[in-house]
Write a protein that binds this ligand. Structure first.
Ligand SMILES: O=C(O)C[C@@](O)(CF)CCOP(=O)(O)OP(=O)(O)O
Length: 325
């Protein structure tokens, strides 16, 4: 039996990955940039075991059904193919996220799985190779190999599409991200399905591609200059552009709930009142607010008038993947 375990942290994109050029290899249409956080992570152990007659997948202690297990098997097949391996595996993933739904991300899960497989089979992968492997599980997972700010350079092949750390002189330690949980319980379209429909049908999608590489350059410059407002402005604008593409998809859809729009308005109001903070959203109604650590308590107080304590969750910059002996 070959066993391994890894811990990987979720990341939130400031410049979004939205659209695939290649579905099988998960090659993105554009490069993206994220901040790895400390608050939410996944611990995954994997054991390739000759006594197993099929892959088994446990998530938070519960045995998963065929559909969920099939996704993991698809990833394991890639590993087995690469390693000329025929053994089945038991995968056991534990999401360490606040009870609220909609926070566990595939990014930390698939990154942890890639790390656990690498450990189990003693693949001795470099961080770049690990990032490429994680990418094959879920695009955004390739960024969770790294702590702090990470850029996923889109590349144009399996070899050239991977993430790397963005030098930041630890500026991320001055920042925080406040999650506002407005989960309205609607089963959203998954990011995978949402971006596929958008690429294939949205007349607004070409506009997204026109701007995103410029946004990325602006964000990287803001990090170099430690310019919070510059980073915040491009983060908020890029997220809005991404979500804008969904409105012109066929059929149209949006991840925004009325509560999401309320939070966006409150963020703009906070800024007007002199509290610099900027929002971004992903494939769900929850809103993430980028704020400097020194202003986090003022932001929590400002939002505390509108939301319950448990709806406001703070996160700070987090580390890259950790192998667990
Ligand atoms: O994280 C970002 O850059 C932006 C998003 O979160 C916006 F919703 C997309 C993440 O997509 P992911 O779950 O990685 O898709 P997969 O490759 O189909 O598994």
């Amino acid at each position: 039996m070959y066993a391994g375990k890894a811990r990987a942290y979720t990341n939130i994109a400031l410049i979004k990955y939205w659209g695939k050029k290649d579905e099988r290899l998960i090659l993105p249409m554009n490069s993206s940039l994220s901040l790895t956080l400390d608050a939410f992570y996944t611990e995954t152990s994997v054991s390739f075991d000759e006594t197993l007659t099929e892959d088994v997948f446990f998530l938070d202690g519960k045995k998963q059904d065929l559909k969920q297990t099939a996704k993991i098997s698809k990833f394991l097949d890639l590993i087995r193919q690469k390693q000329q391996l025929t053994l089945f595996a038991k995968v056991d993933s534990q999401n360490f996220v606040p009870t609220a739904a909609g926070l566990a991300s595939s990014a930390s899960g698939l990154a942890a799985l890639a790390g656990a497989c690498s450990e189990a089979l003693n693949l001795q992968l470099t961080e770049t190779e690990l990032s490429r492997l994680a990418r094959l599980g879920s695009g955004s997972a390739c960024r969770s190999i790294f702590g702090g700010f990470a850029e996923w350079q889109k590349g144009d092949s399996d070899q050239t599409s991977f993430a790397h750390v963005i030098p930041s002189d630890k500026w991320e330690d001055d920042l925080a991200m406040l999650f506002v949980l407005v989960d309205d319980g609607i089963k959203d379209i998954s990011s995978r399905d949402g971006m596929k429909r958008t690429v294939e049908t949205s007349s607004f999608y070409p506009g997204w591609l026109e701007n995103v590489e410029t946004d990325l350059a602006t964000a990287k410059q803001a990090i170099t200059e430690k310019d919070f407002n510059k980073l915040g402005e491009v983060t908020e604008a890029n997220g809005l552009r991404m979500h804008g593409t969904t409105l012109a998809a066929v059929p149209p859809f949006t991840y925004w709930s009325p509560e999401s729009l309320n939070v966006m308005q409150l963020v703009r109001l906070a800024r007007k009142e002199g509290l610099p903070c900027y929002f971004t959203m992903d494939a769900g109604p929850n809103v993430k607010i980028l704020v400097e650590k020194k202003n986090l308590s003022a932001l929590k107080e400002f939002l505390g008038k509108h939301f319950a304590e448990h709806q406001l969750i703070a996160a700070y910059a987090g580390p890259g993947i950790e192998m667990i002996p």
